[in-house]
Design a protein around this ligand. Structure first.
Ligand SMILES: [Zn+2]
Length: 504
């Protein structure tokens, strides 16, 4: 009878948990048993691991083998435990000296031929290992660049045979961590390419400064997509902690670029309107994948032709907009992914998408109902609505001045955000858009003249009661951009126009 232990990490959403793998060899009827709340892929591990060991030139012990993954209560998904299982068995069988792998965390899926395949989520797995005090890890060679971001002492390995040779001190074909690549700034389209549309440009700047969700209503070709794709270029870069957080989500989704694995800029994600609920919100049958809402975490989620999305998808946005995350149900419990994004939606005024109102062929009822598809769940949470007119051809040819570039706008946005962060310094919020209505009203008691302006808008039906707080929030952002501590009547007027889609 003999026992050996190795270490690996299980992934739950974007959070890793250290897992101990034990192999127990005993006499009796030969066979292999895996215990410890694994999914089908974990239970199939015994066949994969056995084939991989044999094809790496070693004998599979002809004994009764019990493999246990603990803590047992923690659900374990996928094939990433293969390597730790294989080494535990081979240490117990003394093919490798007992205890040689020690505290090293082992991550990797085995092919039947003994090749080590990459796994998803290596970064959050290793960050968890590091948080649990581990200092060293061995990962699939294909995951090594991403693994370097974890700050652990990591090596990559391509074949089980290479790892066994390393543990036996025979030869060393493990690959050391490359230096963390310096992130290349991604090419973001620039505001200097956007001609005309002064109201929309101003609305985008306010949205960037206050973190406000934005709706753009206008005919095709008016520049809605051009504007939306330029929003990330107006936002500040991610700090070190945010970078790791965002990169971890993309690591779980399996979408990291090997040349610049660390994401340092706010992501921009634009699902197509035919996308499924699982694609946008997250889900999947065996391994749950983060959806667009999570890939857009700390960045921008752009939904073009928003009324064309499935109602279930639009409805599914409610939870992340409220809580900054999504809970996805699965058989073994719920998984949470972060999803705190800035929402930009664009819509044509009607389904026929005529370039000018006079060309519209829609019945008036259909035209009216079209935008109401997004009104319930979404428009209520969106601070800014901007109606974008068809592009005026004169603005393209006659304007002598080149439109302002992104850089100076981003600078103003940064200063305004610093003002807002200072205002909310003793609260959990940093952006005006995050602060709840009652808190905004407590923080800033609007003067008589300002309050009167908003109340008149409510009385005349221009603004709904629920829009009141949104106007106050927008007025704060308008003041932040203007360098005023307290909004004045002009800021409130500007906020009303932004809320009601009337331009500035
Ligand atoms: Zn129409």
């Amino acid at each position: 009878m003999s026992l050996a232990r190795t270490w690996s990490v299980a992934l739950d959403g974007v959070t890793g948990h250290l897992v101990q793998v034990e192999a127990h060899l005993a006499g009796g009827l030969p066979g292999t048993l895996v215990i410890g709340l694994g999914d089908a892929a974990v239970y199939q591990a015994r066949d994969r691991v056995r084939a991989a060991v044999i094809n790496s030139g070693h004998k599979w012990p002809d004994l009764r083998i019990t493999l246990a993954l603990s803590p047992a209560a923690l659900p374990k998904k996928g094939a990433g435990f293969d390597l730790a299982l294989a080494i535990a068995v081979l240490e117990a069988a003394e093919v490798v000296p007992r205890g040689r792998a020690g505290d090293t965390v082992l991550i990797g899926e085995l092919g039947l031929d003994g090749g080590i395949r990459p796994v998803r989520g290596v970064l959050p797995l290793l960050l968890a290992a590091r948080a649990s005090g581990r200092r060293r890890a061995i990962v699939p060679l294909a995951n090594l660049t991403e693994a370097a971001l974890s700050g652990l002492d990591v090596q990559g390995v391509a074949e089980l045979a290479d790892l066994l040779a390393h543990l036996n001190g025979e030869s060393d074909r493990l690959v050391d961590c490359p230096p963390v690549p310096v992130p290349r700034p991604p090419r973001i389209a620039d505001m200097s390419e956007v001609l005309g549309q002064p109201e929309a440009r101003a609305a985008l700047e306010v949205a960037a400064a206050g973190g406000h969700h934005l709706a753009m209503i206008g005919p095709p070709g008016s520049g809605k997509t051009m504007l939306a794709t330029r929003l990330p270029g107006l936002l500040p870069g991610l700090d070190a902690a945010q970078s790791l957080e965002v990169t971890a989500v993309h690591s779980v989704a399996g979408g990291l670029d090997d040349e610049t694995p660390l994401i340092t800029r706010p992501p921009f994600v634009d699902p197509h309107h035919t996308a499924s609920l699982a694609a946008v919100i997250g889900g999947g049958s065996s391994l749950i994948r983060p959806g667009s809402v999570s890939l857009a975490h700390r960045g921008v989620l752009f939904m073009d032709e928003a009324p064309e999305f499935k109602p279930t998808v639009l409805d599914g946005l409610r939870q992340p907009l409220e809580s900054g995350g999504v809970m996805l149900a699965r058989a073994s419990g719920a998984v949470r992914f972060p999803a705190r994004f800035q929402l930009v939606i664009a819509a044509n005024p009607c389904p026929c998408a005529a370039a000018r109102d006079v060309d519209c062929t829609c019945a008036s009822g259909i035209r009216r109902r079209y935008l109401s598809r997004i009104s319930g769940p979404l428009l209520d949470r969106i601070d800014i609505r901007v109606d974008i007119p068809p592009l005026d051809p004169a603005s393209l040819t006659q304007s002598a001045e080149k439109p302002e570039a992104s850089a100076p706008i981003a600078e103003r946005v940064l200063v305004a955000r610093e003002r807002a962060a200072y205002r909310w310094r003793s609260t959990p919020w940093r952006l005006n858009a995050e602060a709840p209505g009652p808190v905004v009203r407590r923080q800033w008691r609007a003067g008589r003249s300002e309050t009167e302006l908003v109340e008149r808008a409510v009385r005349t039906g221009r603004l709904t009661g629920r829009g009141f707080d949104r106007v106050l929030r927008l007025a704060l952002t308008s003041a932040d951009l203007a360098g005023r501590e307290i909004p004045n009547r002009g800021d409130v007027g500007r906020a009303l126009a932004l809320r009601c889609g009337e331009g500035l």
